[in-house]
Design a protein around this ligand. Structure first.
Ligand SMILES: *Cc1c(COP(=O)(O)O)cnc(C)c1O
Length: 386
C-alpha cells in the first residue's frame, strides 16, 4: 500500500505530515520503511516517556491486555486504583479523575474549578483566567482557554467565561482578578506550544498566593511538562508551590491514551455521583502502562533528567547558530539563527527527529534517553543550526 497517497485520500487533512513513515523503533531510535535510522528527539510530542517499545512498559501492557482490556466505571479495577495512589503520593494531590487526553483533563479541571466557585461564591463566579500564548487543548472549551487567537478563528462561539492575561505580569493578573468574578486561574508553568518558556519563579509563587488569599482554584496544566519531563515529577514542584488542581496526560502512560485530573485538598470532594464521567476513563491497559512509567520516575531518574538537561543547555547554548536555549529539564526550546523549520528539515535529513514550537526548535526526547544517543543527537542538531 502507498501510505502517503492513501493517507492523503482517506485521512482528514488536519495534520501537515513530514514525508517520513515510521515502521518501528526501540528506545530513542526509530526506523522508517526504507530502513533509515532516526534519533527520536520528539517522542511523539512528549508521549513515549521511556521511548519506543520499552520492555517493562510492554510487559505491563501485554499482561493487562491478557487479563481485562476494559471494564465500565460501574465496577472496580486494580490498575486505576494503583495509579491514582501513586500519583497522589508523588504530587501532593488527594484524588484523581481519569480521562483520555490532555484536553479532556483540562475540561475536568475547569469543571472542578467552576463547581467549587459556584458552591462557595455563587454561580456568577465562573470566569477562568489563563495566560497569553498558552495552549490547553482543541475542544471548544479548552480552545477558549488557549490564549492564542489564531486557534479561535472560524470556531466561534467558543465556551464563554475565559480571559487571557500576559505571562509574568502580576499587575495584569491582579487587575483581572479585581475586575471579574473569578473561579480559577489556569496556567502551564512551562509553556510548551507557546514557545517552551518557563514562567518566572516569583510570578508563579505570587499567583499561587493570590489564589490562596482570594480562594481561587489554581489549576496547573502539566499535560506536557508533567511526569518527570521537567526534572521533577511535576514542573510546579520546581517552583515550590502546591496547586489546587493538576491536569496531566501526554507522557503519563508512555504512549497509550490517558488524561488525569489531580484534585488537591481544597477540591478533593468537589465531584459527586454523576457530575463527570468518561467511558474509557481509567482504562485498565492505559493505567497499567502508566503505573509502569510512574513507578520508575524516582529521584535517580529525575537527577539524570536534570543532568541531561544541563548538558543540552551547555553544549547547545554555545553552539554556532543558536541564539538562546529555553525551557527546563528535557523540555527544551532553541532560538536558531536559521528558521526553525529549515533546521528541523536539515536534522531530519541527518537522522534526527525534532519538533518546533512557534518560531523555535523544540526538543522533547524520552526522559530516559541514553546519554550517548543524546550526545549524538545534540552534535547533529548543532551542525544543522550552523
Ligand atoms: C498537548 C497539550 C494539551 C492537549 O492535549 P491533548 O492530549 O492533545 O488533548 C493541553 N495542554 C498542554 C499544555 C499541552 O501541551
Amino acid at each position: 500500500m502507498d501510505i502517503f497517497s492513501t493517507d492523503q485520500k482517506y485521512i482528514a487533512s488536519t495534520y501537515k505530515r513530514f514525508p517520513v513513515a515510521i515502521s518501528h523503533g526501540k528506545g530513542s531510535e526509530v526506523w522508517d520503511f526504507d530502513g533509515k535510522r532516526y534519533i527520536d528527539m520528539g517522542s511523539g510530542i512528549g508521549v513515549t516517556a521511556f521511548g519506543i517499545a520499552d520492555e517493562i512498559w510492554q510487559q505491563a501492557v501485554t499482561e493487562q491486555i491478557g487479563k481485562v482490556q476494559h471494564m465500565s466505571n460501574l465496577y472496580y479495577t486494580e490498575p486505576c486504583v494503583k495509579l491514582a495512589k501513586l500519583l497522589c503520593e508523588k504530587s501532593g494531590m488527594k484524588k484523581v479523575f481519569f480521562g483520555n487526553s490532555g484536553a479532556e483533563a483540562n475540561e475536568g479541571a475547569i469543571k472542578a474549578a467552576r463547581k467549587y466557585a459556584a458552591e462557595k461564591k455563587g454561580s456568577d463566579y465562573y470566569t477562568i483566567i489563563t495566560l497569553e500564548n498558552s495552549f490547553h487543548g482543541r475542544t471548544l472549551t479548552t480552545l477558549a482557554a488557549t490564549g492564542q487567537e489564531h486557534f479561535h478563528q472560524l470556531f466561534q462561539p467558543l465556551t464563554p467565561g475565559f480571559i487571557h492575561v500576559p505571562a509574568n505580569d502580576l499587575d495584569a493578573m491582579k487587575k483581572a482578578v479585581g475586575e471579574h468574578k473569578i473561579a480559577g486561574i489556569m496556567m502551564e508553568v512551562i509553556q510548551g506550544e507557546g514557545g517552551v518558556k518557563a514562567l518566572d519563579e516569583a510570578y508563579v509563587k505570587a499567583v499561587a498566593e493570590l489564589c490562596s488569599s482570594e480562594d481561587i482554584v489554581l489549576i496547573i496544566d502539566e499535560v506536557q511538562s508533567g511526569n518527570g519531563r521537567s526534572g521533577a515529577m511535576y514542573a510546579y514542584q520546581n517552583y515550590g508551590i502546591l496547586p489546587d488542581v493538576v491536569s496531566t496526560a501526554k507522557g503519563l502512560a508512555g504512549g497509550l491514551p490517558i488524561g488525569a485530573v489531580l484534585l488537591g485538598e481544597k477540591v478533593q470532594n468537589i465531584f459527586s455521583y454523576g457530575d463527570h464521567g468518561s467511558t474509557f476513563g481509567g482504562n485498565p491497559v492505559s493505567c497499567a502502562a502508566a503505573v509502569s512509567i510512574v513507578e520508575r520516575i524516582d529521584d535517580a531518574l529525575l537527577a539524570e533528567v536534570r543532568e541531561k538537561s544541563a548538558y543540552l543547555f551547555e553544549t547547545l547554548g554555545k553552539a554556532e547558530g543558536i541564539r538562546e536555549v529555553s525551557g527546563m529539564g528535557l523540555m527544551i526550546g532553541l532560538t536558531t539563527e536559521k528558521p526553525a523549520g529549515e533546521v528541523l528539515a536539515e536534522c531530519m535529513k541527518r537522522g534526527v527527529l525534532c519538533l518546533t514550537a512557534k518560531d523555535k526548535l523544540r526538543l522533547l526526547p524520552a526522559i530516559n534517553i541514553p546519554m550517548p544517543v543524546l550526545k549524538e543527537a545534540a552534535e547533529i542538531i548543532a551542525e544543522a543550526c550552523r
